[in-house]
Design a protein around this ligand. Structure first.
Ligand code: UTP
Length: 293
């Protein structure tokens, strides 16, 4: 059923400037791995092995990260650094099928997804944003694929957000069908808290049927002067296609801004035995608080 995943990583990452002048935000590291690797791991753990990266000029290192580096491997072998060699090889062996498509000028997520049309062809596919992580027992995308089996429409991951954050997201309006499933009647991009129909925000995981491309071709630039994916989803709903929101199980981490990025590092540090000790020491030293006891 779903065999391909599109990973749009062509954006400018302006909220993380100045570092994103030279390092793509999807390569900023959460401990010792780039953000994008967590997303790739989710795709692979969901049983999908074809990844379509939408990249832009200057962000080629995202692909290089998964490529074979013979020079580095020889260097590590000569110095008998077997544990490091293993780490490097693990990354290189992860992805078997990578396709890359260039988005010449990043003018919005809607345009980025449209770039995948030829490579996707006529089959349903997943879209995962390169700066949105979900730490979950069962991969978020895998959960969504199960929902797709039952509902066979467009499936969008959603989560409840606090009132003050509503204007940062696409917000949905709909009717609850099951505890975690909402039939969506309307989506609205970055509304004010007053005009928002709910506090359910769209996060960076989608399953689409290929008909979405028809609507992506019809949208015009809107909020932020960009081609918004939510505008195409709204057209899809208007034309009678079924769109469902899925309240996934797991913790979503937004690495696309300073605060979210830092929280993500803390989240994964807390899960690492060695780094957990560092956190403990930090709290003890600076706040005289004994954490994790
Ligand atoms: P964002 O809107 O969070 O990314 O898009 P951005 O535009 O790079 O960030 P800011 O707002 O300037 O800080 C979510 C994902 O979609 C990709 C981004 O690379 C990111 O992974 N994207 C966004 C594209 O591939 N193309 C675009 O035109 C816009």
């Amino acid at each position: 059923m779903i065999r391909k995943a599109v990973l749009p990583v062509a954006g400018l990452g302006t909220r993380m400037l100045p570092v994103t002048k030279v390092v793509p935000k999807e390569l900023l590291n959460i401990i010792d791995r780039p953000t994008i690797e967590y997303v790739v791991d989710e795709v692979l753990a969901s049983g999908i092995d074809t990844l379509i990266f939408i990249i832009s000029q200057g962000k080629e290192d995202i692909l290089n990260y998964f490529n074979v580096d013979l020079g580095l491997k020889t260097f590590l072998k000569e110095r008998k650094k077997w544990d490091l060699l293993k780490k490097v090889e693990e990354v290189e062996e992860k992805v078997k099928n990578i396709i890359s498509v260039i988005q010449k000028i990043p003018e919005g997520l809607g345009q980025a997804v449209l770039m995948a049309e030829k490579t996707i062809g006529n089959e349903p596919f997943a879209v995962l944003l390169g700066d949105d992580l979900v730490d979950a027992k069962e991969p978020c995308l895998k959960q969504m694929m199960q929902v797709y089996l039952k509902y066979e429409g467009c499936i969008i991951a959603v989560e409840e957000v606090p009132l003050e954050d509503i204007s940062k997201y696409g917000i949905i309006e709909g009717e609850r069908l099951e505890e975690r499933i909402i039939k969506i009647k309307r989506v609205i991009e970055k509304p004010s808290p007053q005009e928002a129909p709910s506090n359910l925000a769209i996060i960076g995981r989608y399953i689409f049927q290929p008909v979405i491309f028809e609507f992506l071709k019809k949208i015009e630039k809107s909020v932020g002067g960009e081609y918004q994916l939510t505008d195409a989803i709204q057209l899809l709903i208007k034309e009678g296609y079924e769109v469902y929101g899925y309240l996934f199980e797991g913790k979503r981490l937004d690495t696309g801004n300073k605060k979210g990025f830092f929280k993500t590092i803390l989240h994964y540090a807390k899960k690492d035995e060695e780094l957990k000790e560092v956190l403990k020491e930090f709290y003890q030293e600076f706040y005289q608080v004994n954490v994790f006891s």
